[in-house]
Design a protein around this ligand. Structure first.
Ligand code: PLP
Length: 430
């Protein structure tokens, strides 16, 4: 008998590539040309003058961002990664300090403490949100803990009420990694406005982008000042300003250019409608996926909270399906394109990223911060320390990005048809 599934040699549901996600238009082009015509591509000076805080477009973008996100200060940086480094520096992390981080995130979310000699301590995720579980956070606290670095992973807001109350109880700083959650909300508040500092990404995979870039948000004037110094050659200004506390006030050059901020201004205007379209597509998939008994999608959040769905996570029940998750994902990849031409980043994946503590840097404790002369704690990076993360990643979760704006109903219907075809012919995979 002829096999039907593409993975077994049958005809795929679709071979035509899906549309690329491209948010750059005439507005961005005009804005960049205006900056180019002015000849002023960056006005920063690494000295205590008016231009220490950058040129007019940098400042305008920061002002627009702080208004849009309901925070007092927005500080642009050249990536979320440099923003996280800056935030960790600003809160005064020192060798020997521990920072509680998520193992289920892009690597930068966990690596930031190491730059200042701090030790990342991994807390497990909650199976319902994929964000850090407050119960696991609390279990990881030691006398060395100084901060919690929360990630609103996939765009889902973390349980900020519980996390803020743990932080208050133990006198810890909270940094929110909002790379995947721009305009995400938790109980009516924008993420990035709840902890001490928020950090956003403007890299080209994100909802809106400037090629590369990032924004730090805070309501704390002293932290904002420290971030501005770390961004731009702090050591040159601490003297003229006669500052006495020089902790971590070594400066980098993490500055964005006028052109990037000009693009950012236009992109920020588009964010609400881009998010709305993305969430309409999410509704489409939520409705269609509810008819697949082996799928569990995220429940709708209470009013006032917004999941920005950077990626769309699905929990796959192998008992109901009768096959392993990986087999299902491989079969789906054979039925429809699983990447967009100009991107190497896949649109579909089994799990997300391998639990970060399994990376060689942690397995080998290959950073100066682990020197026993500096750190006397007993952090563990052994397999098994975060069982929920491991089960989600290696067995249960798959993620897709077929809900990005630009996908038409017909494109998304092809995705659903491919899944229907797999379930109708599941015996071929057993
Ligand atoms: C959760 C998270 N944190 C940090 C980063 C790093 O962002 P950037 O590329 O802007 O440095 C990313 C990027 O993918 C991310 O998704």
């Amino acid at each position: 008998m002829l096999k039907k599934l593409a993975i077994n040699g049958g005809t795929p549901v679709r071979t035509k590539l899906f549309p690329a996600y491209n948010t750059i238009g005439e507005e961005e082009k005009r804005a960049v040309m205006k900056v180019l015509d002015s000849g002023n591509l960056s006005q920063y000076l690494g000295a205590w003058t008016h231009d220490f805080l950058g040129g007019p477009t940098v400042r305008a973008f920061e002002e627009n961002w702080s208004k849009a996100f309901g925070v007092k200060y927005a500080i642009t940086v050249n990536s979320n990664t440099s923003g996280l480094f800056t935030a960790i520096g600003a809160i005064g992390i020192q060798p020997g300090d521990e920072v509680i981080v998520s193992p289920y995130s892009m690597s930068a979310s966990a690596i930031a403490p190491l730059v200042y000699g701090g030790i990342p301590v991994f807390a497990d995720i909650h199976p319902g949100t994929f964000c850090m579980d407050p119960v696991s956070i609390e279990a990881r606290i030691t006398p060395r803990t100084k901060a919690i670095l929360v990630v609103h992973i996939f765009g889902h807001p973390a349980d900020m009420d519980s996390i803020m109350s743990i932080a208050k109880k133990h006198n810890l700083f909270v940094i929110e990694d909002c790379a995947q959650a721009p305009m995400g909300k938790y109980k009516g508040k924008y993420v990035g406005s709840i902890g001490d500092l928020g950090v956003f990404s403007l890299n080209y995979h994100k909802h809106i982008h400037t090629g590369e870039g990032g924004v730090i948000t805070t309501n704390n004037s002293s932290l904002a000042d420290r971030c501005q110094m770390i961004r731009n050659h702090a050591e040159n200004v601490t003297g003229p300003r006669e500052l006495t506390d020089l902790t971590n006030l070594i400066g980098y050059n993490y500055r964005m250019t006028e052109m990037e901020c000009a693009i950012g201004i236009e992109q920020l205007k588009k964010l609400p409608s881009l998010l709305e379209r993305r969430l309409e597509n999410v509704d489409f998939f939520n409705e269609k996926f509810s008819s697949f008994p082996a799928f569990e999608t995220l429940p709708k959040l209470a009013d006032g909270s917004v999941n920005t769905y950077y990626v769309y996570p699905v929990k796959f029940n192998k008992e109901i399906a009768g096959i392993e998750r990986n087999k299902f994902v491989d079969a789906l990849k054979a039925e429809i394109p699983s990447a967009v031409l100009r991107e190497t980043a896949p649109l579909l994946g089994a799990g997300y990223v391998k639990p970060l503590y399994l990376q060689p840097i942690y397995q080998q404790k290959a950073a100066w911060a682990f020197n026993p002369a500096l750190y006397n704690g007993d952090v563990s990076y052994e397999k098994g320390i975060c069982p929920v993360t491991e089960t989600m990643h290696f067995e249960i979760l798959f993620t897709h990005e077929y809900m990005r704006p630009g996908m038409t109903i017909s494109d998304m219907t092809d995705v659903v048809k491919a899944i229907e075809k797999i379930f109708e012919n599941i015996n071929e995979l057993k």
